[in-house]
Design a binder for this molecule. Structure first.
Ligand code: PLP
Length: 385
């Protein structure tokens, strides 16, 4: 029995899936097995040197060691606005429409705290990023309506199934965990749906630069400014540990988010925000990534191909994702059983049930190099008996 009982809202949260998996894998590791980890979506590749150099220099400047503001540094907000113009041809006011967040996760959580009252409905696609149905819903006593994503719809949310009285709709393409991508037409339809039903549209675009085979992910703001979109430096520039993202959209939504943040944080570290300005300078004039950031993305694309083709050879029916570094497939049995079998073979995967969807699916993040992927495929192909 714990001496201090957690608040009821915290007790409602399921144990974070990755923690449970870490424990299982740790036991195996202790037996001397070299685990190959495709579990967490944390890039193994390096952050571009230009960004690190900029951070190093910025960290040594006294003013950059002070509090920032909850809205974020103005020069970074300007850089984000310029990125939206270059990449999506969308005009954004850096003072009204942009807020810097401590990773996109923080913005995704706080937007619900800022705008959803007790008992109001939050729609979370299932499977989906756990924060939508977890803390974002529970910590303000909202009601989560999980709407199923289905393989037969290419994992695109069927808007006809979304409750019309939803206060807030989370949507995320390129999608974690399925790797599904939405084109601008679909995003426009979703936008029109939220306009019609007076629902806040919270579009999670954390993977918008992690796309392959010529696919370019749209921004929801190409459909209109009456929404809020969350972007991230984490995956695009391999900066997960830096904790930096941005929210861009309708000034009321950005304003409410900023007000909420004002009670919670004092902004991301200034020297990291300065480094992020350099990161956003790594696009060419047409909004394409250059240098290490581009090479990293190409590497994830190549790994994804090796893994998908290898899994197909092993008999799995796997789609080649056009976005994210996740490979998602039907494992033909309970995903927890499959995951345990994999841990036994020294491979860490994530059971799809951890994302709230139907059972039977597995997510593998291609955060290991091609040699490791090939070794994992060999292990998967070996029978235990
Ligand atoms: C769909 C999705 N959104 C948001 C995030 C949060 O990213 P960050 O807070 O690092 O920007 C993640 C992280 O894995 C994610 O998968």
């Amino acid at each position: 029995m714990a001496k201090y009982t957690q608040a009821e809202r915290l007790q409602k949260l399921p144990p974070y899936l990755f923690v449970m998996l870490e424990e299982l894998a740790a036991q195996k590791k202790a037996e001397g097995v070299k685990m190959i980890d495709f579990g967490i979506g944390d890039p193994d590749l390096p952050c571009p040197n230009e960004v690190l150099d900029a951070m190093d220099q910025a960290a040594r400047v006294n003013e950059n060691q002070k509090y920032s503001s909850s809205k974020g540094e103005r020069d970074l907000r300007i850089a984000v606005a310029e990125y939206y113009k270059k990449r999506f041809n969308v005009n954004v006011d850096p003072d009204k429409n942009v807020c810097i967040t401590i990773g996109s996760k923080e913005g995704i959580y706080n937007i619900a705290q800022a705008f959803v009252n007790d008992g109001q409905k939050i729609v979370a696609p299932a499977p989906g990023y756990p924060v939508y149905s977890g803390a974002a819903t529970l910590f303000n006593n909202a009601v989560c309506d999980k709407v199923k994503l289905k393989a037969e719809n290419d994992w695109l949310l069927d808007l006809d199934e979304v409750p019309e009285d939803a206060r807030l709709l989370y949507l995320n393409y390129p999608n974690n965990p399925t790797g599904a991508c939405a084109d601008l037409d679909y995003v426009k339809k979703a936008y029109a749906w939220t306009q019609k039903h007076n629902t806040i549209f919270a579009y999670d675009n954390a993977y918008c630069e992690m796309t392959f085979d010529g696919f370019r992910a749209p921004s929801v703001l190409q459909a209109g400014m009456d929404a809020i979109e969350f972007g991230s430096f984490s995956k695009t520039f391999c900066m997960t540990g830096f904790r930096l993202g941005f929210a861009v959209g309708h000034e009321d939504l950005v304003g409410g988010l900023t007000k909420c943040k004002g009670q919670i944080d004092s902004g991301a570290p200034i020297f990291i925000q300065k480094a992020a300005i350099t990161a956003l300078s790594l696009y060419d004039n047409y909004g394409f990534l250059t240098g290490t950031a581009k090479e990293n993305n190409d590497e994830f694309g190549e790994r994804r191909k090796v893994l998908v083709e290898g899994l197909r050879e092993l008999g799995f029916d796997v789609k080649m994702p056009r976005g994210t570094f996740y490979v998602w497939f039907d494992c033909g049995k309970s995903s927890m059983d499959f995951t345990k079998e994999m841990i036994d073979k020294g491979i860490i995967v994530t059971p799809g049930t951890g994302f709230g969807g139907e059972d039977g699916y597995i997510r593998m993040a291609v955060t290991r190099n091609v040699d490791s992927i090939q070794e994992a495929l060999r292990r998967m192909g070996k029978r235990n008996d």
